[in-house]
Ligand binder design. Structure first.
Ligand code: PRP
Length: 183
């Protein structure tokens, strides 16, 4: 029997339900890009992508922001291979940019418990930026375990396990072009 990849099972067998289509993503990217362009005009921000999950949203959102900006990346992990947050955030790769006195916009794929955002907020505030804001493609509002503030949100979603558009299941399925719910 021919081996079928998880990607094929999701996309062609309907094993997962589509939650946010490519068309909806593109429309929201245009709206967010316009808003960020207006808010950061003449500020030359540093947009810091949070790896791994944020890599697709980061690549898309920077192409919708029509001002000069710089990019850097930080890699943290709170889930490992589990489907629920471990509650412990680890930094696996730090940024290289000098951010003191600069406008930082952190780019996340999803905010779930909020622990990662709190970790990043504390870390970046210590570096004394001119401003610090967060944009997250997805937000699971009902799952917050700590208080946090997200300045720009792509979509609020229910507390379900989602994959695609950067988000993984056991490290695969990040390359799905839309957001799917795993039932
Ligand atoms: C995910 C996601 C966020 C974090 C959100 O990362 O990219 O960084 O979890 O969860 P929280 O609000 O409960 O902290 P994950 O640890 O799965 O690593 P990955 O991005 O490499 O998949």
């Amino acid at each position: 029997m021919k081996h079928r990849s998880e990607f094929e099972k999701v996309v062609y067998d309907g094993k997962f339900r589509i939650l946010i289509s490519e068309e909806k993503i593109e429309k929201r990217l245009r709206e967010l890009g316009k808003q960020i362009t207006e808010d950061y005009r003449d500020k030359n921000p540093i947009m810091i992508g949070v790896l791994n999950g944020g890599f697709i949203f980061m690549a898309d959102i920077v192409r919708h922001v029509e001002i000069d900006l710089e990019v850097d990346f930080i890699k943290i992990s709170s889930y490992g291979n589990a489907t629920t947050s471990s509650g412990e955030v680890k930094m696996l790769k730090d940024i290289n940019a000098e951010v003191s006195g600069r406008h930082i916009l952190v780019v996340e794929d999803i905010v779930d418990t909020g622990l990662s955002i709190r970790f990043l907020e504390k870390k970046f505030l210590e570096l004394e930026p001119a401003s610090l804001k967060f944009v997250s493609f997805l937000l699971k509002k009902d799952n917050a375990r700590v208080e946090y503030n997200i300045d720009y949100v792509g979509f609020e979603i229910p507390n379900e396990f989602v994959v695609g558009y950067g988000l993984d299941h056991k490290q695969i399925l990040r390359n799905l072009p839309a957001i799917y719910v795993m039932d």
